[in-house]
Write a new protein. Structure first.
Length: 66
């Protein structure tokens, strides 16, 4: 499964990612990724959030083999 992270220095806490994929992202006092690994059924919404992020603060980090 894939992993995703938020680059905190770039995040402006606009909430776009949480609006698109609330099961994966949470914006509060800090920006959080709620899932350690992204299941295949959420990959499309995560990619939408990445594409919608105005500061390019969300990135795929790696793909694991398990």
């Amino acid at each position: 499964m894939k992993k995703v992270k938020i680059i905190e220095e770039q995040c402006i806490f606009c909430g776009q990612c949480e609006a698109i994929a609330p099961e994966v992202f949470k914006i509060g006092e800090k920006a959080e990724v709620l899932l350690e690994e992204i299941p295949p059924e959420h990959e499309e919404s995560v990619q939408e959030a990445i594409d919608a992020c105005p500061t390019d603060a969300i990135v795929w980090t790696e793909e694991t083999t398990s």
